[in-house]
Design a protein around this ligand. Structure first.
Ligand code: 4AD
Ligand code: MG
Length: 431
């Protein structure tokens, strides 16, 4: 008999089927055993009744250890209380492999222990739900950009230049040359936008940041759209439509996962474009009114500042027009002011912090050249980038959305370490 998957079971009510599964948990008495089974596509309860299966199979069921792998033959019956609306009346159990002393038991464990066992922790209901939401966000990302005429482009991972400053680069040798792991594909995406108009990337990025916070990973995944002939305000409109689209997609396609995580979905249901905007100047004034005397015009915001600003809205909020001194070299200056640039960070609600950084880009050759000099960047490494503003330069804008922070916000999980399968953190390269 061919095996089916748990998520397909609603189509097989009344039939006898075979599934391959792991034993997530088990309860039993003298006459009946309840097996919590999982196969990756979902979780289902298998009921083993001694009178039905006989002594031998019942004894086998009672002796099963957590995470043992099995083939189960069973009849699918309706059960309104379960997630897929079905239950299994077990007829036969074939043990594939017995797992002995599985380290992650149903009791509470400390974070470090769970992180050491990340390769196994991924099997838990909570981690399963988070990974499904991550997958849905990725699916909805491709859907949104393809629906809107963007082309997927893959920038390189090994690079010779650095868009976001030089202090947080991972250095490696590239034969006899120096190379760096990409911290953003942006500059390459700008080149691609000049060839294909509207483009987006999705890939890993690396930052040797010495930050140990609930928002920082060393290796994280970014979605980076770049758009020719698009200026600052229009870019914000794309951003709010994109973020609203992924939130609504998760609501629609991951209701079981959101429920398992205990997410308050009324907060997500409100997320619709347009999003509020506040200028950096007004944000500073607002913080001073709130009693934050530690921050002055020209300083970058820390997590407490972002959280205080976000708390005034039940939507993500754009903070726009930051001081030129705290932003990268490529941002387009404000047309009427030389102290701020045409950029925005998007701050998620509920304290999840910045999920997008973006801006309009400089497209004036002389100005770009001057900025590269002012920032002490290696002019040879940026020669190709400078040529973009030499041959048919156009106004263009783009942004980068951090996938893990977005997953954390939408899932309602506290720390980004649970939003990526194998997190790379300040003190963690294992497993
Ligand atoms: O604001 P950032 O540094 O912007 C850029 O890299 C631009 N070049 C993107 C672009 O315009 N194409 O990073 C973008 C986003 C942040 O808003 C945040 O969500 C995420 O990437 N991010 C991180 N996520 C997890 N861990 C880290 N260490 C992160 N650093 C940035
Ligand atoms: Mg940023």
């Amino acid at each position: 008999m061919k095996t089916i998957m748990i998520h397909e079971m609603p189509d097989h009510v009344g039939e006898t089927v075979k599934i391959g599964a792991w034993l997530a948990n088990k309860r039993s008495s003298g006459k009946i055993a309840f097996l919590q089974l999982r196969d990756g596509s979902g979780f289902v309860q298998g009921v083993v009744v001694k009178e039905v299966v006989g002594e031998k199979i019942f004894a086998k069921a009672k002796a099963l250890h957590q995470e043992s792998s099995l083939y189960i033959t069973a009849e699918v019956t309706e059960d309104e209380r379960s997630s897929f609306g079905v239950e299994l009346q077990v007829k036969d159990i074939e043990l594939i492999h017995e797992a002995v002393d599985y380290p992650i038991t149903p009791k509470e464990h400390g974070t470090e222990f769970l992180m050491d066992n990340r390769h196994l922790w991924l099997r838990s209901r909570k981690q399963h739900a988070i990974m499904k939401i991550r997958d849905e966000i990725i699916r909805a990302t491709y859907e949104f950009f393809h629906m809107n005429g963007f082309v997927k482009i893959d920038p390189p991972i090994l690079t010779g230049s650095s868009p976001e400053g030089t202090s947080e680069l991972f250095h490696t040798k590239y034969f006899d040359e120096d190379a760096y792991l990409s911290q953003s594909g942006q500059l390459y995406m700008e080149a691609a936008a000049m060839a294909l108009g509207k483009v987006f990337s999705f890939g890993p990025t690396f930052r040797a940041e010495k930050s140990k916070t609930r928002r920082h990973l060393i290796e994280f995944w970014m979605i980076e759209p770049e758009m020719a002939f698009v200026q600052h305000e229009e870019s914000l409109e794309v951003q709010e439509q994109y973020v609203a689209h992924i939130v609504q997609s998760v609501l629609q396609n991951c209701p079981l996962e959101l429920e398992r995580l205990g997410r308050d979905i009324s907060k997500l249901e409100k997320i619709q474009a347009p999003f509020p905007r506040i200028t950096y100047d007004d944000a500073i004034e607002f913080l001073h009114e709130k009693g934050f005397d530690d921050i002055q015009w020209g300083d970058d915001f820390g997590a407490p500042h972002e959280t205080a600003i976000a708390e005034s809205y039940d939507m993500p909020v754009f903070i726009t027009h930051y001081p030129i001194g705290i932003k990268p070299f490529y941002m387009q200056p404000h047309p009427d002011r030389d102290d701020v640039v045409l950029c925005a960070d998007l701050i998620a609600p509920e304290g999840y912090g910045e999920i997008i950084g973006g801006s309009e880009r400089i497209h004036d050759y002389e100005l770009m050249k001057q900025r590269i000099k002012e920032h002490n960047l290696d002019e040879d490494a940026y020669e190709w980038y400078l040529e973009l503003s030499k041959y048919g330069a156009v106004p263009h804008s783009g942004f980068g959305l951090g996938l893990e922070r977005t997953v954390a916000w939408i899932s309602g999980v506290e720390h980004v370490r649970e939003t990526i399968p194998f997190p790379r953190l300040l003190n963690r390269l294992y497993p």
